[in-house]
Design a protein around this ligand. Structure first.
Ligand code: PAF
Length: 284
């Protein structure tokens, strides 16, 4: 695996394979790789000829300066893991390569970016994600880009910008990877205090309670959400939100019919903000 730092080097490395008709897959990451990322890299390895993993801690998507500072950075570890999972290229540009002096363009996805994560993290969050992902897709020019379902609203924003901006890439979404007890893997989990680790299960418990209540026949979204919140309260965790929405638009759902409904949850456990989600009526 090669580590490349500039867009010029990256394009030069991908020119040959592209001309030879080899397919290119990209797994965008901010590093701190865990099994969730590695499963996406392995999936890219099985379906694409060339696998690029990008590693860039994107400052513009952080709403809390402390979160950006505390974000774990260990490129040597990430490079070893990415190589082992099958990456051909690690694209790890410095900030000035992504945001050169005078950078003035922002991609915003209206509507979808506003609720839930947008409301709690601020409008700049998804603008930061949308802008950097648009840039990464333009830099790599992949046939397929891989993202994790844990960030369901991010996936919806990216699908929409790809469609709206006619970016010729297929988006593939990998299932959320979990610890044995059900906690969704996140680079933030490492920051949970020992006493908060058990409480962090509240998000999963809330989602499971909603699923069980739906399976028992409840269809009213307000009641389902209340059941989820009560299950979280049993672990002394109050969600920032626990809501039932349409997976593609993130519009609130009032009653669950036969269509897929995303149950999205976010909560602060100690100092750490966690998110998770589930899909009622089938997985995507
Ligand atoms: O999901 C992430 O790690 C980031 O939001 C992404 C997609 C790499 C953009 O910085």
């Amino acid at each position: 695996m090669k580590t490349l730092r500039s867009v010029a080097e990256l394009r030069a490395a991908l020119n040959g394979p592209r001309r030879a008709g080899r397919s290119i897959g990209v797994v965008p990451t901010m590093g701190a790789l865990h099994e969730g990322h590695l499963s996406l890299i392995r999936r890219a390895r099985t379906s694409c000829d060339e696998v690029v993993v990008s590693l860039f801690v994107n400052p513009t998507q952080f709403d809390e300066p402390g979160d950006l500072i505390a974000y774990p950075r260990d490129e040597a570890r990430d490079a070893a893991l990415a190589a082992e999972a099958g990456a051909d290229i690690l694209f790890a540009p410095p900030p000035a390569e992504v945001y050169p002096r005078g950078f003035a363009t922002t991609v915003t996805v209206d509507g979808l970016s506003a609720p839930l994560e947008g409301e709690h993290r601020g409008a700049a969050h998804f603008a930061g994600v949308a802008t950097v992902v648009t840039k990464l897709l333009n830099m790599v020019g992949p046939d397929v880009a891989f993202f994790g379902q844990k960030d369901a609203q991010q996936v919806a924003v990216i699908r929409r910008l790809v469609r709206d901006l006619d970016i010729p890439v297929r988006i593939e979404v990998g299932d959320t990877v979990r610890e044995a007890d059900g906690l969704a893997l996140s680079s933030r989990n490492a920051r949970l205090r020992v006493e908060d680790r058990r409480r962090a299960l509240a998000l999963r418990r809330g989602l499971q309670a909603v699923r069980a209540c739906h399976a028992a026949g409840e269809r009213d979204a307000t009641i389902l959400a209340a059941i989820g919140r009560a299950a979280m309260a049993a672990l002394d965790v109050e969600p920032e939100y626990l809501e039932l929405v349409t997976p593609d638009t993130f519009a609130p759902v009032t009653s669950v019919g036969d269509e897929q409904v995303l149950v999205a949850v976010a909560a602060r456990v100690g100092d750490v903000r966690l998110i998770d989600n589930d899909i009622l009526n089938g997985s995507r």
